[in-house]
Design a protein around this ligand. Sequence first.
Ligand code: FAD
Length: 405
Amino acid sequence: LDSVVIVGAGHGGVQVAISLRQEGFGGRIVLVNDEPGLPYQRPPLSKAYLLGKINATAMLFRPETFYADQRIELVHDRVAAIDRQNRRVMLDSGSALDFGHLVLATGAHNRPLNVPGSTLGGIFGIKTKADADLLSPLVKQAKNVVVIGAGFIGLEFAAVAAAEGAAVEVLELGDRPMARAVSPQMSELFRAAHQGWGVKFNFRTGLAELEGEDGKVSAVTTSDGRRLPAELVVYGIGVIPNVQLALEAGLDIDNGIRVNSSLLTSDPHISALGDVAAFPCVQNGENMTRLESVQNAVDQGKLIAARLVGKPAPYTALPWFWTDQGNLKLQIAGLSIGADNYVTLGDAAAQQLSVLCFRGEELIAVESCNRPGDHVFARKILARPPALTPAVAAAPDFDLKAWEA
Ligand code: FAD
């Protein structure tokens, strides 16, 4: 293998490049990025960066010199098409890049609002540094803020807006915060905390319409007919994987670019990872799963780099995640899909709580709020060899003795 072209310089793409050099890969590495500037980390965009607690330089993965030193070519362009037959990608600028192996790390875009008024000014999803740079001065001035969706990003932003002194209303179709991702006990702790910060929740409530004045949003009409004033609306209602390139190139798609347990697409010269990839997830019963987390993008990046230098392994890393909201740090180890039994440790009233999530007799996830020690041990416990799965046993070079050790 003499060259690797990586599409997208987010957490996944950058990790592949870094790990390839760490693994001793001596060939050409090209990282194609359609965002301006040096590659940066996304999590602070909806929290510390908006609050001005960290600056843009602190968000960079690496300084500019690193890429030159490591001979990682950063190309500011957009990959427009993949020519699989000739192993070449075409760029918007009109040039082309040949690849020995191609890595798709194109991430995901925000699911857009689709109600009347969605194109007014003052309405934001948060995905890029450019979004956060536009939003940051507005959140400091806004008196009335409406957040659509009580998921991680919506609630991180709600906490920021409340801290900046705005009146914050959250609309949520479900009946509790972060319902798809955390236990009822953890939702309750976060509901109480947000209410303490002055955030008002509207559960089982959708968005009907956005009203404007002079091209800017001025109010929100809820699905139950109420009108809430708003100079600023932020939505976080899920993401859509950026599969277009892969789709047009004829790769298999399955709620994301479909990859096998080695993170190879249906073309053996193309890998995919991170937010855009659907993989057979050991912790989710081998079902095709797409995870949106830094851990997933980083660990998958390391695995692909290792495979490309001749050290293949199936992807089995334990998923983990964090979110910061106000003074609360929630850390989640494992996946709680299908949990039916919960045991709590600590004290919810003191905002220090861990929830052990069981499916039947099996511990599958641990959610810890302001209990970092629990999170560390939970990761160790949950990462102990999971029961041997058919996919792992079927991997090339699988050996029972090595597995047991
Ligand atoms: P991305 O980081 O999205 O990178 C993909 C890149 O590819 C983008 O820059 C995109 O513009 C580029 N691209 C796409 N198509 C092309 C093309 N054709 N040509 C060139 N470039 C292209 N995760 C956590 O674990 N904890 C958190 O607290 C957390 N907070 C978050 C807060 C926010 C506001 C956001 C948006 C995400 C957060 N996440 C968090 C999720 C985490 O950031 C993502 O899971 C992670 O960034 C995924 O990495 P990725 O490499 O798959 O994609």
